[in-house]
Design a protein around this ligand. Structure first.
Ligand code: MG
Length: 441
């Protein structure tokens, strides 16, 4: 039965709902709707001018109505009189096909029609910076290898504990928090879930972390490489595919057999799904690593801690963090490519799109490289290299016609157009670097 948001408000003391949708660039847009008006809004949706956000629309387009998905409602733990609810954009009575949450819902439904449920967990790393955003907030956080630094994590205990408490309250089953590999960087892990639920939680997590940080006079950022020379913000995705009722992992098998994937406990279907990820990896980078800044994280020189922990080639391996894909144990794999700028909905969508195409075509994931890619990358010369910048990534996306079709033509055209505009905007921007290198030529 559909949850009645007006009744939810009355029972829980909610005064306002944030009806929230996510645009193509991952921006979360919301209207604050008083509880007294939510009954109609639950049916009709809240009106937005799509052109005013990062969607491919004009000022002449009619109202875009964001219709709340009541299953996603979350009372803000830090302000319980407000409830956030993810919404599905509709225009002229039809779902807006380019809207990221609609893209994901369609792909989830397509997998469901084949009796499959994609589940995923994410590791959304973030930095705690000064409010100005130009430096880390803790002046004593200077260790050369700051990962798991117990002293430094305790200096930010008030922030980390507050966020973790809220996740406990929300029933997300968080299970660990740590100081990550860059000075000022943290990671918090919670239980995996269905792809759409994980995307909603990922969106809410970003909103929550930024809100709690602001409350403490800090600024949280998920920017892929916010500080030069330090490890960047990854957003690793752990993927498994289950049967329709979500009880049997279709990827899992007893490790054994005679293929590179089965030796690690990945079933034939799991290997084909991974094959799709490998096949479309270059094409999907524009979505998993969607900003100019993203390319300062992948393909980066060694960081202050000794490793970037980010991939630079399309390779996979067992429990080895130097590759694009790691199989840490039977029944799942970790895609280490995405960064903190990835749109939570498009990230899950592109994994399903690529993976399902691999299942359909019985794709082979190719060679398993059991090497340290950072030290022995020369042994994998034939492995495709990841794009070096956003333009290369966008061109690769545009060439991957199968992936574009799976993500939907309307979405793919809109995304490519707006992102190319962004690249051109970037190219018009002058930098001190080019003055320094060129002034006296
Ligand atoms: Mg991490």
């Amino acid at each position: 039965m559909t949850l009645d948001l007006a009744a939810f408000a009355a029972e829980n003391g909610v005064k306002y709902f944030m009806i929230s949708f996510t645009d193509l660039f991952g921006g979360q847009r919301a209207k604050l709707v008083p509880a007294a008006a939510i009954a109609d809004m639950q049916v009709e949706g809240a009106g937005f001018a799509g052109f005013a956000t990062w969607l491919d629309m004009t000022p002449a387009h009619p109202d875009m109505l964001a219709v709340p998905d009541p299953d996603s409602v979350i009372q803000l733990p830090w302000k319980p009189e407000v409830a956030w609810v993810a919404a599905n954009p509709v225009m002229d009575g039809e779902e807006v096909a380019q809207a990221p949450r609609n893209v994901l819902r369609r792909l989830v439904a397509e997998a469901g029609a084949k009796g499959l449920r994609v589940k995923s967990g994410i590791e959304a790393e973030y930095f705690l910076l000064h409010p100005e955003g130009d430096r880390i907030s803790d002046p004593d956080d200077v260790a050369a290898k700051p990962c798991y630094d117990q002293q430094a994590v305790m200096r930010r205990y008030d922030v980390v504990r507050e966020i973790c408490d809220y996740m406990l309250e929300l029933g997300w089953a968080p299970y660990q928090n740590d100081h990550e590999d860059a000075n000022g960087q943290f990671e918090m892990n919670w239980e995996f879930d269905d792809a759409l639920r994980t995307a909603d939680k990922h969106s809410f997590f970003k909103f929550m972390v930024k809100s709690v940080a602001e409350k403490h006079g800090l600024r949280a950022t998920f920017m892929p490489k916010p500080i030069e020379g330090l490890t960047g913000n990854g957003c690793h995705v752990h993927v498994s595919v289950w049967d329709a009722d979500g009880t049997t992992n279709a990827f899992a098998m007893e490790p054994g057999g005679d293929t590179p994937a089965s030796e690690l406990g990945l079933s034939a279907d799991g290997a084909h799904f991974l094959g799709g990820i490998m096949k479309h990896a270059i094409g999907m980078v524009a979505i998993t690593n969607p900003t100019v800044n993203s390319y300062k994280r992948i393909n980066a020189p060694v960081t202050a801690s000794g490793a970037t922990w980010a991939p630079n080639t399309v390779t996979w391996a067992g429990n080895n963090r130097t590759h694009m894909v790691r199989i840490p144990g039977p029944g799942r794999f970790e895609l280490r490519l995405p960064d903190g700028a990835a749109n939570p909905y498009l990230l899950q969508a592109v994994v399903i799109a690529a993976g399902m195409s691999g299942l359909d075509s019985k794709a082979d994931p190719g060679k398993r490289y059991d090497i340290d890619m950072y030290a022995e990358g020369h042994k994998a010369r034939r492995a495709p290299k990841l794009p070096l910048n956003m333009l290369d990534a966008l061109r690769a996306f545009n060439r991957d016609t199968d992936l574009k079709a799976a993500m939907g033509a309307e979405f793919s055209d809109a995304f490519y157009k707006l992102k190319m505009n962004e690249w051109q905007d970037y190219m018009r921007h002058f930098t001190q670097w080019e003055r320094d290198k060129t002034l006296d030529i």
